[in-house]
Write a protein that binds this ligand. Structure first.
Ligand code: SF4
Length: 455
């Protein structure tokens, strides 16, 4: 549980009465308050003893630690979550989606999976969605073959890696090949824990501990913490849907509600090992996205299975308090010129991308004016008074579209046909045209509109 400033101050030098100002703050109390809110580091006070410093750092650490897998621009950050339910606040770091490659798979299958991980991506409401990591499984019984696959993955993709290997020596040899890449090592159990600790101290990696149930994870994470290793993922070893939901919820609750540090780490889930049925595997993955897994490993990906998962992940991990909104401005579509039609819509990202893609599909060059409307859709924005004649008119005057076109015709969404008269009054030099009620009518509507102007 987070420690309060009033508790921190009691642990400061002279019981919080030294007030020497060397930390840059006027009093120890001010330092304690800032420390509690995360605004200053413990070491800014040179008089705190190492023991108290450790105690405070521990108490101030997030209930679920952030863990970084991999290095550089492709690194995947997971964990650092603070709520049990997404509607309480927001989920922060979306789970990484991994693709499993076993070293006994055919060369072309391996190539194809690496290619898909590298190339398969989707543009969605202005974001690029894709899977995140390769999970390399030792299955062949031939350590040299596994090593060769790890080397291949290291050169073919710069994404984060997970090494899955039950044989400790082979796992640690593969780990040594990944120097500087900070892979995940899995499974780490009571049997190989000490060997893994000494290897990870030399060459940093994320340690994914596997237990037979939630309780068995506790002594593993406690030993890792004692050894100074905090980049940890938890696998409670759930075998089916029911136990997976139970275990994931138990871990999350223990970390957030009871402040139980030994379980305050992100979790990893393996739908790929829980079923051989591909559809069931996707359903399990879809369950793990809202139910707390931080890394989800799939046996394979393709556009039909990956896109729904990525969209679900985006929706769940989008802050519900912040609408997905576009910048207020005029967007050119299909290289418009001065004679091209002008349309207007609201700045909800989904509205924008639907309208923009339909205008694009119409092949008619056009200007799309996107008005700030609190990130709401057309009808909601109108009902909230954010998309009416009174506020559209000043936007049209200031957005610059009047200098971009040589006409004064503005197409408004058919759903708000009722604002036509008030907008005509507010923009007397513009002809207000009521467009289609649904965006999917735009590809037929726009060519006909432009033709009617020419005729
Ligand atoms: S440096 Fe330490 S002792 Fe001095 S005022 Fe700041 S918190 Fe207090």
């Amino acid at each position: 549980m987070a420690i309060k400033g009033t508790e921190i101050v009691k642990r400061l030098p002279e019981g919080g009465k030294k007030n020497c100002k060397e930390c840059g703050l006027p009093t120890c109390f001010a330092f304690a308050m800032k420390l509690a809110s995360g605004g200053i580091a413990v070491e800014k006070c040179p008089y705190i003893s190492p023991e108290v410093s450790r105690e405070l750092e521990d108490a101030l650490a997030p209930p679920i630690r952030p863990v970084t897998i991999g290095r550089g621009a492709c690194a995947l950050v997971v964990g650092d979550e603070t709520v049990l339910y997404r509607h309480e606040k927001t989920f922060v770091h979306q789970p990484g989606i991994g693709v499993l490659i076993a070293d006994d798979e055919l060369g072309e299958v391996v190539e194809d999976k690496i290619r898909k991980l590298r190339e398969l991506h989707f543009s969605w409401v202005g974001k690029t969605l894709r899977a995140d990591l390769l999970a390399l499984q030792y299955k062949s019984g031939d350590p040299a073959k596994y090593g060769a696959m790890v080397k291949k993955a290291l050169t073919a993709a710069d994404c984060p890696l997970m090494l899955i290997c039950e044989d400790t020596d082979t796992l640690l040899n593969a780990h040594a090949l990944c120097e500087g890449r900070k892979p995940v090592l899995y499974p780490v159990t009571a049997q190989n824990l000490e060997k893994v600790i000494s290897a990870v101290k030399q060459n940093p990696a994320v340690v994914a501990v596997k237990g037979a149930g939630v309780e068995s994870l506790v002594h593993l994470t406690s030993r890792l913490k004692e050894a100074g290793i905090e980049d940890v993922l938890l696998d409670p070893g759930s075998k089916d849907l029911q136990s997976a939901v139970r275990d994931q919820t138990l871990i999350r609750r223990a970390a957030l509600k009871q402040g139980f540090r030994a379980l305050g780490y992100p979790t990893v889930a393996f739908p790929c090992f829980m079923t051989a049925d591909k559809r069931r595997e996707m359903l399990l993955a879809a369950m793990f996205i809202p139910k707390y897994a931080a890394v989800i490993v799939l046996s394979d990906i393709d556009e039909h299975t990956l896109l729904p998962l990525l969209v679900q992940r985006l929706n769940i991990y989008t802050d519900p308090r912040i609408p997905m909104a576009m910048e207020e401005k005029v967007y050119p579509i299909n290289n418009p010129n001065a004679g091209s039609p002008v349309l207007i819509t609201t700045n909800w990202a989904l509205t924008y991308f639907i309208v923009a893609s339909e205008v694009e599909a119409s092949k008619v060059p056009a200007w799309l004016c996107v008005k700030e409307s609190g990130g709401l859709g057309v009808l909601t924005a109108w009902a909230a008074g954010k998309f009416s004649g009174d506020n559209i008119a000043p936007f049209i005057r200031k957005c610059g579209v009047e200098g971009m076109v040589n006409h004064r015709r503005l197409v408004i969404p058919g759903k708000v046909a009722r604002i036509r008269n008030e907008l005509s009054e507010a923009l007397p030099d513009w002809q207000i045209i009521v467009g289609p009620g649904d965006a999917n009518e735009i590809p037929a509507y726009l060519p006909a509109l432009v033709k009617s102007w020419k005729g």
